[in-house]
Write a protein that binds this ligand. Structure first.
Ligand SMILES: NC(=O)c1ccc[n+]([C@@H]2O[C@H](COP(=O)([O-])OP(=O)(O)OC[C@H]3O[C@@H](n4cnc5c(N)ncnc54)[C@H](OP(=O)(O)O)[C@@H]3O)[C@@H](O)[C@H]2O)c1
Length: 271
């Protein structure tokens, strides 16, 4: 697993997401066991950076239970996703409680919701050493202008945006700006909810990619994103423990530009 700086925090290039489509919105014993296995595999394969949010229903609590007793082995990113100062403070307090920690590595403002209200409080939490980094996220290109404006205030350390073979809008303004300002980049939705693999109309030729240690098209799609040095970490989500090893393996690959081009051409031919 390779590591990069996320606004000064050392993170593995492959982390893990926990949106509701993943296996983390569960309450059954079987579901919780599955999540525990996913988290065990994250540690075994070096994907120790976990992203969550109050939006993802039970995910914060499930992660908190799953990392109990080993919190220091993970880096945690969560979000505030509500309007109003008081509601925001209560939601953040609840995140600390659900995650079972007194320190959150990255606290992001989810979808820019009421960011002007939340930002001063996040700055206070950072000054007090209760959180490490302040982030902002959005998943829709029409909001990227506002995201860029928040970045230009110099008050955020990290952004979280989609970037993948099928969603490249971040290349226009956000990635160059992040590089210029030294803002870390968390890539959400790196597999476009799995569509980069499930949407294949024909099979890509993996032959040339195997020489670089890429065995599956999912790994190729992740390695393609990581070949952009402006990206700090990717957070693919999964409900299947065995996928962690597969996705983590992409984090050991350094692709040269010509192989990045090859993956792009195969994506155009097959997707
Ligand atoms: N606004 C926001 O801030 C925002 C918005 C969207 C997402 N996010 C964050 O980004 C994370 C990732 O996004 P996402 O969950 O929407 O999508 P994603 O990570 O692009 O894709 C997840 C889907 O891909 C499948 N998958 C995982 N590894 C695979 C592989 N190697 N080959 C084929 N399929 C694979 C999973 O299915 P299986 O379960 O079958 O493995 C799952 O359905 C979220 O969990 C969340 O933390 C944030």
């Amino acid at each position: 697993m390779q590591f990069r700086s996320l606004g000064g925090l050392k993170v593995p290039v492959i982390g893990m997401g926990s949106a509701s489509s993943s296996g983390f919105d569960v309450e059954s014993e079987e579901g919780l066991r599955n999540c525990r296995e996913i988290l065990d595999n994250c540690l075994a394969h070096g994907c120790s950076f976990l992203d969550t949010s109050p939006m993802y229903r039970r995910a914060e609590g499930v992660i908190g239970g799953g990392i109990s007793g080993r919190r220091d082995l993970f880096q945690l990113a969560t979000k505030v996703w509500c309007s109003g100062a008081g509601t925001g403070r209560a939601q953040i307090a609840n995140s600390f409680s659900l995650l079972g920690t007194d320190y959150i590595d990255v606290l992001q403002i989810h979808n820019l919701v009421d960011w002007r209200t939340h930002l001063p409080y996040l700055e206070r939490l950072r000054d007090e050493g209760r959180i490490g980094l302040i982030g902002v996220s959005h998943y829709q290109p029409p909001f990227y202008g506002e995201l860029a404006a928040v970045m230009r205030t110099g008050r955020v350390d990290v952004i979280q945006v989609p970037y993948s073979l099928l969603e490249r809008e971040a290349e226009q303004e956000l990635l160059p700006l992040a590089e210029e300002l030294g803002v870390g980049v968390i890539v959400m939705r790196p597999l476009v909810k799995g569509a980069v693999v499930s949407g294949l109309k024909r099979q890509p030729d993996m032959g040339p990619l195997r020489e670089w240690g890429l065995e599956t098209w999912g790994q190729a799609a992740l390695a393609w994103i990581l070949a952009d040095a402006r990206v700090s970490t990717l957070i693919p989500a999964t409900s299947r423990p065995q996928r962690i090893a597969e996705n983590a393996a992409a984090g050991s690959v350094t692709l040269p530009p010509e192989m990045r081009g090859y993956i792009e051409r195969e994506a155009q031919r097959c997707l």
